[in-house]
Design a protein around this ligand. Sequence first.
Ligand SMILES: CC(C)(COP(=O)(O)OP(=O)(O)OC[C@H]1O[C@@H](n2cnc3c(N)ncnc32)[C@H](O)[C@@H]1OP(=O)(O)O)[C@@H](O)C(=O)NCCC(=O)NCCS
Length: 124
Amino acid sequence: MLQRLQEHWRDGSNTFSKPGEALLGVFVGASLVGAGGLNIDPYLAGGGSGRVRHVYVGPRFRRHGVGRLLVEAIIARARPEFAVLNLRAPDTAHAFYEALGFKPVEGEKFASHRLIFAQSSQGS
Ligand SMILES: CC(C)(COP(=O)(O)OP(=O)(O)OC[C@H]1O[C@@H](n2cnc3c(N)ncnc32)[C@H](O)[C@@H]1OP(=O)(O)O)[C@@H](O)C(=O)NCCC(=O)NCCS
């Protein structure tokens, strides 16, 4: 996961630099202990969907809220930019995303979970 993040950063194919995108890190002192990104979903046309990418927490730092911190920051950035936030997670991460409010998606190749943002009320 981190290798793909690095490769895509280096070859320029994903530098999280399109409008609304972000690459976030969690540090303990000077050490990076977790990372994760927000992309415009490349699997869906139209640009209205965000995608959680490459969320990874170092094994020694798991179950201390680092992943929650990362994904809540990704959600906060995604909410004003996108109608939905998609992701495809391994089975081992399903409970994590469901604890953060993502709903399981059935029968889609490119998404295991989705968070649908409530529509903002216009003119009130
Ligand atoms: C999935 C991952 C990012 C979770 O990060 P984390 O820092 O350990 O998660 P948190 O401590 O913030 O957990 C938040 C909540 O998610 C749930 N959760 C997290 N890991 C869980 C697990 N292995 N089993 C069940 N629930 C889990 C719990 O409800 C947890 O709250 P609690 O600790 O108070 O019970 C981390 O395990 C990881 O990097 N795994 C390898 C890479 C990976 O699978 N990334 C996802 C790719 S899309």
